[in-house]
Design a protein. Structure first.
Length: 86
């Protein structure tokens, strides 16, 4: 019984080694992380940094604001509505 367990363990280890050698290699750069030298901007609502080219742009009085999502852009607009109507 003990020999069977050893053979099964060795078989599993061999399988994992072969699988790791034949698996496609993953890219070292993440598609969500800004690339080196790429300009980043900060979302004024959630304070997240993101690549400028990936940002959603809103303009207020000629000033551009950059957002990570439409949700943050809508929250920004809601805040403006509350400050202008108060």
């Amino acid at each position: 019984m003990f020999r069977l367990l050893i053979w099964l363990l060795l078989g599993y280890i061999g399988f994992r080694i072969i699988k790791s050698l034949t698996a496609p290699k993953k890219s070292m750069t993440s598609s969500t992380a800004p690339r080196t030298g790429e300009e980043t901007v900060q979302d004024p609502i959630c304070k997240m940094y993101l690549a400028k080219e990936d940002a959603i742009v809103g303009t207020l009085d000629g000033t551009r604001h950059y957002f990570c999502s439409m949700d943050c852009l809508e929250k920004f607009r809601e805040q403006l509505d509350h400050t202008h109507h108060s």
